[in-house]
Structures are given as structure tokens and as C-alpha cells.
Design a protein around this ligand. Structure first.
Ligand SMILES: Nc1ncnc2c1ncn2[C@@H]1O[C@H](COP(=O)(O)OP(=O)(O)OP(=O)(O)O)[C@@H](O)[C@H]1O
Ligand SMILES: [Mg+2]
Length: 438
């Protein structure tokens, strides 16, 4: 879950996430450092690990340790709490956005402010999502993997009337078929051998939002039960004879071709109509490549702070490679590439370059120039080499002709070729084309 992962990335405030038993679920490295704990603290009771933080059973509000003056704040959230540790000598360096972000105590990390992108179609999706956040209709989010469906779902929740309530995300593909029904709807003691009273996730989402991710992976029995819930908003736990009214917003997501999923009976058509009162489409990165520089900038900033490097930007050559590539894993893949490259830089370096990519990544970027990589496996590249060579030749020829036609004006030639200016520059370099600038 991004929320837990992201806690670890915040470097200016010590953060400890605890369950209701006061056991550590996770903490960031600053908390480990301030309290001089090592990283094997998960599932251990904080009172035993760091008794100095407590006065009897209560958390202290301030302590002095190792010359540091620390302010402690407890935020009780849904089924867990966050302990924030401010070293007041450094609190001025906390950016207010970081504080804003960790203060979201409803199980989310993202809001509309976190969504990066200026592309026209993408902005349209954001505007649409902002509008639909205001009412209670069920929303179905459609988009390829890594396009930001969860980001949008959390943002809608945080801009909705349900934002004070919990955001409960359920990855339907990750829960075994046999458990899904009881996980969603809950069980009462004795419903089946070993069954305990267990509140289901839908019930936990009361007054909040339930996010049903990969809804097409839900088995048909659970789909039938979900349909009944969507019709009358009542749930009945497994083994229970009483019904309970639940008021929550339902957001679902699918990262596959929805029509195909209905045709192949993976998703009930009647359920689809209930879930898709409003449908939100998120464009894939390949249709919003003009956002790549902006996304890259933001990921560089994120990992620069995290990895303590001095990288400020990407060089043009690497940007060209990125503009050429088709990003089957969308924004998530782009973020991972930047993260991976940022691992390779030296402290003195200021620019991220092709040499920072692993051989595997570089090969992936270089082999796609003349073909659509979205369906290809690395094995298929070598068999296309000959074809690539032919296409390279044709490409070179076409570029030379177009540059002549526009007397070396790259912007016009790129426009005529239907590619980005940077993409054309990259190809000119690649083919070592000499041309007369206007
Ligand atoms: N527009 C964006 N701005 C900033 N970060 C983004 C954007 N879109 C996606 N991301 C980042 O990309 C990653 C993937 O996003 P998310 O989990 O929302 O994708 P998804 O569509 O739910 O993918 P999947 O179908 O695989 O579950 C996250 O780390 C998220 O922060
Ligand atoms: Mg997702």
C-alpha cells in the first residue's frame, strides 16, 4: 500500500505507525535514528522498545534525548495511530506539503494536488474527477496498469463528502476466491468451522469509500452479493441473519478491456451497470507523452531528497529515449526507471544520463525506436533486428527529405512527421544526419 511505503520516504519528521496494541507496523528511518532503534522493530511493542516516550501508559508530549528536543504528537486514525516526532531544532525545514500529506488520517496518501500532468486529455480527466467527487454516484475507473487509478480514487475520496471517513482499498485479485465473500461482507462466530466475529471491509468503509480494485477478478458469487449490496445498501455477514445498512461511496477499477471482460463472463453485466454510474477514463502515458518532462522532474525531486543526491535534471539524450518509448507500465514504470537510475549516480553528478540506466533498461529503450514495444517481449527483439535495420534506413531517408523540405527547421519537420521535436532531434543524432540549420 503506497501509504506505508511513502511514510518511509518522509525525511524531515520521525514517523511511527502503530496498531491498536501499540505494536510497530512501520517507521521511517528518521524515527529509527532519533530513537536509536534498528530496523528490526516491526510488530514489537513501542512501550517496551522506547519506554522513554511514555509517562505510564500515555505518550509524552515532549522529551529531551541525546541533546535533541523532541515534540511528540499522536494522531489516532482508523485502526491505527501515527506518532509524529518533531525535532524542534529542524522543524523549520519541514515542508508544509509534507506535513499536510501525513496529516491525512483516513488511510490515504493522495489528493488532487498529488496528480501531476498538464496534457489536455489528462486535465479533462482530472476536471471530470473533481466534478464527480462532489456527488455520491458509484464510479468505475478505467485505465491501463500504472496510469494512476488508485491516485484518482483516493483523490476523489478526499474531495468528497466522505473524506472524514475511511478509505478502504480492496485488491480483489489478491484475495483468494474462497475468502473474498467473508473478507468483504464479514463473518459471525460459528458461521463455519473456525469462523470468528469479523467485521467485513464494506462495513469498515461505513461513512467512507470502498475502493474495489481489479473488480473483474472477483468471483461470480461475490459479484452477485455485491450487486445486492449496491441495490439496497444493506449487507449481511456470512452466517448472520440480520442486515445492516451501510452508507459508503463505491469506487471500482479495472485495468483491462472492460467489454472483453463482460463478454468472457468475468464481470457480470448487471454489476457493471451498477458500478459504472459514472465512468472515468485515465489516458495511458503514451497518449500524454508531453507530460513526461513534468513527471520526470517531480520523480527526480522525490528521489533526490530520498537518496541524498544532487541530480537536478535529465539530459536531452535520455529525455529523447523516454519520448520514444511507449511505456507499457505507464507512470509507475517511468517512476521506477527514474528511481533505478538515481541509484547509480555519484554525489557530484547533477544530470541524469543514459549511463545511469542498467544495461537491461537501456536495451529496452534502444530496441523500441522503430517498433511498438507494448506487446513485445525482450526475446522478440533479436529476431526483428534485420527488419529494424531496414526500417532504420527508411527512417533516415524520410528524415533527410523532410529536413530538406523545411530547410532544416526542426520544429516544422517534426510537426510534419507527427513526432515531438525532441524525438526528431534524437533520431537526427542517432542516424548521424547532417543538415543545414535555417
Ligand atoms: N499523474 C500522476 N502523477 C504523479 N504520480 C503518478 C501519476 N500517475 C501515477 N502516478 C504514480 O504511479 C504509481 C502507480 O499509480 P497507481 O497505483 O494509482 O496506478 P494504477 O492505475 O492503480 O495501477 P494498477 O492497475 O497496476 O493497480 C504510483 O506510485 C503513483 O504515485
Ligand atoms: Mg491500482
Amino acid at each position: 500500500m503506497p501509504y506505508i511505503e511513502e511514510l518511509k520516504n518522509i525525511s524531515s519528521i520521525g514517523i511511527i505507525k502503530l496498531n491498536n496494541e501499540e505494536e510497530v507496523l512501520c517507521m521511517n528511518s528518521l524515527a529509527e535514528e532519533i530513537l536509536r532503534l534498528n530496523s528490526h522493530v516491526n510488530n514489537r511493542n513501542l512501550k517496551e522498545l522506547a519506554p522513554l516516550l511514555y509517562e505510564g501508559s500515555e505518550l509524552k508530549t515532549e522529551i529531551k534525548v541525546g541533546g535533541k528536543h523532541l515534540i511528540l504528537e499522536r494522531h489516532n486514525c482508523y485502526k491505527y495511530s501515527l506518532i509524529l516526532i518533531f525535532n524542534i531544532t529542524s522543524v523549520k525545514t519541514c515542508s508544509s506539503t509534507n506535513i499536510d500529506r501525513i496529516m491525512k488520517t483516513n488511510g490515504t496518501y493522495y489528493s488532487f494536488k498529488s496528480i501531476i500532468g498538464n496534457n489536455k486529455d489528462f486535465r479533462r480527466s482530472i476536471d471530470f474527477a473533481r466534478k464527480i467527487a462532489r456527488n455520491n454516484s458509484s464510479v468505475l475507473i478505467l485505465g491501463e496498469t500504472g496510469t494512476g487509478k488508485e491516485l484518482f480514487a483516493q483523490s476523489i475520496h478526499n474531495a468528497s463528502n466522505f473524506s472524514d471517513g475511511p478509505f478502504i482499498a480492496v485488491n480483489c485479485a489478491a484475495i483468494p476466491d474462497t475468502l473474498l465473500e467473508s473478507v468483504l461482507f464479514g463473518t459471525v462466530k460459528g458461521a463455519f468451522t473456525g469462523a470468528k466475529d469479523n467485521e467485513g471491509l464494506i462495513s469498515q468503509a461505513d461513512n467512507g469509500t470502498i475502493f474495489l480494485d481489479e473488480i473483474n477478478s472477483m468471483n461470480l458469487n461475490a459479484q452477485a452479493k455485491l450487486l445486492r449490496f449496491l441495490q439496497d445498501r444493506n449487507i449481511r455477514s456470512v452466517g448472520d441473519n440480520k442486515q445492516r445498512k451501510i452508507s459508503c461511496r463505491v469506487i471500482s477499477a479495472v485495468n483491462r478491456d472492460i467489454e472483453q471482460e463482460i463478454k468472457s463472463n468475468k464481470l457480470r453485466e448487471d454489476l457493471y451497470y451498477r458500478l459504472a454510474t459514472v465512468t472515468l477514463h485515465i489516458p495511458p502515458l503514451t497518449q500524454r507523452k508531453d507530460d513526461i518532462p513534468l513527471l520526470v522532474k517531480s520523480f527526480i525531486k522525490k528521489y533526490r531528497d530520498q537518496f541524498n543526491t544532487n541530480i537536478e535534471k535529465l539530459d536531452d539524450d535520455l529525455l529523447n529515449l523516454f519520448m520514444e518509448y511507449n511505456w507499457p507500465g505507464n507512470v509507475r514504470e517511468l517512476e521506477h526507471v527514474i528511481e533505478s537510475a538515481m541509484n547509480m549516480v555519484e554525489p557530484s553528478e547533477k544530470t541524469l544520463k543514459r549511463i545511469h540506466l542498467s544495461t537491461h533498461l537501456l536495451q529496452k529503450f534502444l530496441t523500441i525506436n522503430t517498433s511498438d514495444n507494448r506487446e513485445e517481449s525482450p526475446e522478440s527483439y533479436s529476431s526483428q533486428k534485420h527488419l529494424n535495420e531496414i526500417l532504420d534506413e527508411v527512417e533516415r531517408q524520410v528524415i533527410i527529405e523532410r529536413l530538406e523540405k523545411y530547410e532544416g527547421n526542426i520544429t516544422q519537420a517534426a510537426k510534419d512527421l507527427g513526432i515531438f521535436r525532441q524525438a526528431l532531434q534524437y533520431r537526427i543524432k542517432k542516424h548521424e544526419i547532417e543538415y543545414q540549420e535555417p
